[in-house]
Design a protein around this ligand. Structure first.
Ligand SMILES: O=C(O)CCC(=O)C(=O)O
Ligand SMILES: [Fe+2]
Length: 212
């Protein structure tokens, strides 16, 4: 398949369709399966007011819980999450270079949220703002397509742009878009390629710099 060209969705927000090779997707699926099992199992995050996220999440490097990062998952099983591997740092740097066209040797993500969406899961409009760093977020998607809504830094509502994210797609948001609201209103079940190793659902990995 010939990938679509890269597109700037907003200043500092770049969508690169089909950026990951099938091999890289397979490797990431295998790694995420291991992280989902141990040391901290993937789980539906419970929000402070009792709500439960439809997405399942596991973290590496630092553990995210609403609305902070901790070294140990004291809201799950009390264990320290898996290390952030150096190959992921390298992948994050390559992603940034691809998106912005500049060398990114000073980009050192130290956490990633790994989200699994079943066919019904969604994520409401939110900002990624628990990091104490304005370094870009690198987002990688594998499996089923989704509707990704990328908005503005002021409100959850319009203006926003709806983008269909497919397997292997890269989405980077930094600069003036770093704190833009975004969400996933819908997953399209059955649209993924089982050759990735993911036979159903959608995997999303967001690398970030915690600044901690
Ligand atoms: O699943 C996605 O594409 C976005 C995930 C996200 O926004 C997050 O984990 O903060
Ligand atoms: Fe987010």
């Amino acid at each position: 398949m010939i990938p679509l060209p890269m597109r700037e969705i907003a200043p500092g927000a770049v969508h690169a369709p089909g950026w990951l090779t099938l091999d890289e997707q397979q490797h990431l699926v295998r790694a995420c399966r291991e992280w989902a099992a141990a040391p901290v199992p993937i789980r539906h995050t419970v929000l402070p007011r009792g709500g439960v996220m439809s997405v399942q999440t596991v973290c590496i490097g630092w553990h995210w819980q609403p609305y902070k990062y901790t070294r140990v998952a004291n809201d799950v099983n009390g264990l320290q999450v898996a290390d952030f591997p150096s190959w992921m740092v390298a992948l994050g740097r390559r992603a940034l270079t691809a998106a912005y066209g500049d060398p990114a040797d000073d980009y050192t993500p130290d956490t990633a949220l790994i989200n699994f969406y079943d066919g019904q899961a969604k994520m409401g409009m939110h900002q990624d703002k628990d990091e104490r760093s304005a370094a870009p977020v690198v987002s990688l998607s594998i499996g089923d397509d989704c509707l990704f809504r990328f908005g503005n830094t002021e409100t959850r509502g319009r203006p926003y742009t709806d983008v269909r994210l497919g397997s292997g797609d890269l989405f980077v948001f930094g600069g003036p878009s770093r704190f833009a609201y975004h969400g996933v209103p819908k997953v399209f079940p059955g649209t993924g390629n089982p050759a990735t190793g993911l036979t159903s659902g959608r995997l999303n990995i967001t690398m970030r710099v915690t600044g901690l």
